[in-house]
Design a protein around this ligand. Structure first.
Ligand code: HEM
Length: 414
């Protein structure tokens, strides 16, 4: 059975299962209301739990496991992991009690913790290791989450005008997550999808030229990040359609550029295909919200269910199996992917039907919730035996080196 020390070395072992528990609570909210077990519902409770707890748990689990290995730095300390778990628990309790500002404060605390965690690891990295250029998006993501949380608190307490809430809410509920995805998936997806893997040097590029390419890429990501930030201000002014169209253009443009999204992935592995599909569904949801702003929330669930949930379950399976020394199983048909595909497909269809058949709005939300719960709980049952079993120290080093090699494969940049 895993011990605290194993959890510190690989925080995903506790944070991934916890993410699913939070996801079940956030989605189960609609089932409880549809069945009459709850007298009222709160869209804000649902949205805040899904983003601040369910998705943030996945992100923290991934980054707190991967960053120390990639930067050859110390794993999470007792304080760091303890604080992350404490803030996540306190946030969920505050949301349950509808103490919104306390919950937003906890999320802001978590983001500061993640920023400090990442900053300390990168400061300690060997000089020869340059962070990927796509990571420019991570400060933008944290800025969206942090500034959005603070502005929400100011808006809800009446200090800032109410239009600020209209800007701050999507900054937290979309900007933070999309920014992390643009940074982390923007770097990982081309490698996992088998894009060209030639080293720049082997193509006859001088070190000076490689540096110039790197600086140009950083500038372009930075510029795209500024436009992305501006879309939240535009949404706050009430120009919802243009805001989403611009956000969709930045998101799609980035993935066409970094990952050649228009080309299907080269490896046949199911998780890679699902990762590719999830990026397409996020782009489709953002374009849809821009084209028909009346159906904005429905379109956004293409992003949330088809994008965020599908991506976390697909990439999460890769992380869990790789760290269990069973990466070869990713090439075999796995029952868990069938459950996830059917569950999320059903949830998406029912979520759309809820909007198209407003007389049965809440019953359809209940059906969508049941489908999501089947996918989430199925995934939890699949991963639990792997996350609960620690690796022997020699296997630990080998498995991490393999995972690092797979993800840090150099690719040709232009
Ligand atoms: C099948 C499950 C789901 C159902 C039935 C559902 C239902 C809903 C409904 C009815 C709303 C509107 C709430 C309101 O009145 O304000 C909403 C909003 C929201 N949901 Fe979900 N949802 C589901 C899954 C998810 C997932 C998986 C995520 C995130 C990963 C998510 C994130 C959000 C967010 C962020 C909002 C706020 C959107 C906005 O107003 O900008 N939902 N959801």
């Amino acid at each position: 059975m895993v011990q605290w020390g194993d959890l510190r070395r690989e925080p995903f072992r506790v944070l991934f299962p916890l993410a699913v528990v939070f996801g079940c609570a956030g989605v189960g909210h609609w089932l409880g209301y549809a069945l009459g077990w709850r007298e009222s519902y709160s869209g804000f409770y649902h949205a805040s739990l899904q983003v601040g707890a369910y998705m943030t748990c996945f992100i923290a689990g991934f980054l707190m496991t991967a960053l120390p290995r990639f930067a050859a730095a110390q794993p999470a300390s007792n304080l760091e992991l303890g604080l992350a778990l404490g803030l996540l628990g306190m946030q969920a309790a505050a949301l349950w009690e509808q103490r919104w500002m306390l919950a937003e404060g906890c999320l802001a605390g978590l983001l500061v913790l993640l920023a400090v965690f990442a900053g300390r690891r990168f400061a300690a990295k060997p000089a020869s290791v340059a962070p990927p250029t796509e990571f420019v998006w991570i400060p933008f993501a944290i800025l969206c989450g942090l500034a959005g949380s603070v502005l929400l608190i100011l808006g809800q307490s009446g200090i800032a005008p109410s239009w600020v809430i209209g800007m701050a809410r999507p900054m937290v509920q979309q900007g933070f997550l999309l920014g992390i995805i643009l940074g982390v998936a923007g770097f990982m997806a081309p490698r996992l999808m088998g894009r060209e893997t030639l080293r720049a040097a082997t193509l006859g590029v001088t070190p000076g030229r490689a540096q110039a390419i790197r600086r140009r890429r950083i500038r372009l990501h930075g510029l795209a990040g500024l436009v992305f930030l501006a879309t939240f201000w535009i949404e706050g002014t009430g120009a919802v359609g243009p805001a989403y169209l611009l956000r969709a253009a930045v998101f799609t443009g980035e993935f066409l550029w970094t990952s050649q999204l228009h080309r299907p992935p080269a490896p046949p592995d199911r998780y890679v295909r699902l990762l590719w599909l999830s990026i397409w569904l996020m782009a489709a949801g953002l374009w849809g919200a821009g084209i028909v702003p009346r159906f904005r929330v429905m379109m956004l669930h293409l992003v949330f269910l088809g994008g965020f949930s599908l991506m976390t379950f697909a990439v999460g399976t890769m992380v869990v199996l790789s760290h269990a020394g069973e990466a070869h199983r990713l090439r075999q048909p796995l029952w868990v992917f069938r459950v996830v595909e059917a569950g999320l497909g059903g949830a998406l269809a029912a979520r759309v039907l809820a909007e198209l058949a407003p007389t049965a709005f809440f019953p359809w939300l209940g059906v969508a919730a049941v489908c999501w719960l089947a996918a989430g709980l199925g995934w939890l049952v699949f991963i639990l035996p792997y996350v609960a079993r620690p690796l022997a120290p020699d296997a630990f080093e080998r498995v991490h080196e393999e995972a690092k090699r797979r993800l840090l494969r150099p690719i040709r940049v232009s």
